[in-house]
Design a protein around this ligand. Sequence first.
Ligand code: ZN
Ligand code: ZN
Length: 97
Amino acid sequence: MGYARYEIFRRGQTIEAGYDVPTTCEQPGCTERIDRGLAHLCGETPGGDDYGCGGYFCGRHLYMAPEGQRGERCILDRDNGTDPTVHSPDAMTVTFN
Ligand SMILES: [Zn+2]
Ligand SMILES: [Zn+2]
């Protein structure tokens, strides 16, 4: 038994994951062919966790995790972890009528 192929639950859907499952980088506009192995995962756990979204990205769209954490992150999760202005309370005052 290995991690070539397995099912995970992600954002309300069951999907196949593993390094034997071909996919395309999930960064919008990127067409890089990758697989759903842990090497391409954003976060520490397939399906997403407190650290990452569970998306799969190519080497150009994955970044080292912040100090003291494991795995890699996509640009969005990497920014949320390092840039305090993202969590500005002003962002929550917008209303749509
Ligand atoms: Zn992510
Ligand atoms: Zn990419």
